[in-house]
Design a protein around this ligand. Structure first.
Ligand SMILES: C[S@@+](CC[C@H](N)C(=O)[O-])C[C@H]1O[C@@H](n2cnc3c(N)ncnc32)[C@H](O)[C@@H]1O
Length: 248
């Protein structure tokens, strides 16, 4: 049974405060990067999985998409999205990624920002997405980087995630090759995520007939480092992995 932590009132309040507060890595890295990876969107039908509060909808419409459907497991998120964005080309629906087989229409571009690591069965997700795409359709997603999800085993691992040798801090990596469930302490809640190593991700993608367009592990520019110096840690341990796939 999948977890719907964003409908936990306390978690949702804390998460929204984080996203609306000072510029986060989502604002500075994740959002700009995934938008750079989009193909030409004019006249395209777009489906977003785990759309959250719908922050991407306006981007797709501005870039010429003919229709955007944002879906999420969380009623809180979908209500927020509906309240913040109204457009005849845009629709939001409570729908979990595990139930994509209920969708009948096709989409040219299917995207997901930082939500896929909440899904237990990545193989089934790939199959469902493949069915919803026409030939030449794209599946583009970001997720928490496997080097991060792999190591997290308990609260202590989250706090003590590096060690110093000489003058340099080194991040700890462990249990990378144990795929499966991870319980993360976040906003005073136990949040369930799923770790998948690179070979599992790549082999599942290939077994499902997708062409790999690209993987990205972006590092911050000089300008970005001036805005948020802490992001220099992205050279050591990236927060995010970006994947672009195509159905041929
Ligand atoms: C980290 S938030 C990202 C939200 C949005 N994509 C963004 O970048 O602002 C993860 C989102 O995934 C949603 N989610 C988690 N598990 C899901 C599932 N099984 N099916 C659909 N959405 C899910 C959550 O409700 C939440 O809105």
């Amino acid at each position: 049974m999948e977890q719907n932590i964003y409908d936990n009132a306390h978690f949702f309040k804390e998460y929204q405060a984080m996203r609306k507060g000072t510029l986060s890595a989502n604002d500075l890295i994740e959002i700009p990067e995934i938008r750079l990876m989009m193909p030409d969107l004019s006249g395209k039908r777009v489906l977003e999985l785990g759309c959250g509060a719908g922050g991407n909808a306006s981007f797709f419409i501005e870039k010429g998409a003919s229709f955007y459907l944002g879906t999420d497991i969380s009623v809180n998120m979908i209500n927020e999205a509906k309240n913040s964005f109204e457009n005849e080309k845009v629709s939001f629906q409570v729908l979990k990624m595990e139930d994509l087989s209920t969708l009948q229409e096709q989409f040219d571009v299917i995207i997901s920002s930082l939500a896929i690591h909440y899904v237990a069965d990545f193989d089934k997700l790939c199959k469902d997405v493949y069915r919803l795409l026409p030939k030449e359709g794209y599946f583009i997603f970001s997720q928490e980087h496997p080097i991060g999800t792999g190591t997290i085993l308990n609260e202590e691992c989250q706090k003590e995630d590096k060690t110093k040798i000489g003058d340099k801090e080194y991040y700890l990596v462990s249990n990378y090759n144990e795929n499966g469930k991870r319980i993360v302490d976040w906003n005073d809640c136990k949040v369930v995520k799923y770790h998948r190593n690179f070979s599992y991700l790549i082999n599942t993608i290939l077994l499902n007939q997708f062409k790999i367009v690209e993987f990205r592990e972006p590092t911050p520019s000089e300008e970005l480092l001036k805005i948020k110096p802490k992001l220099k840690n992205q050279f050591d341990k990236p927060y995010f992995l970006f994947v672009s796939l195509k159905k041929e």
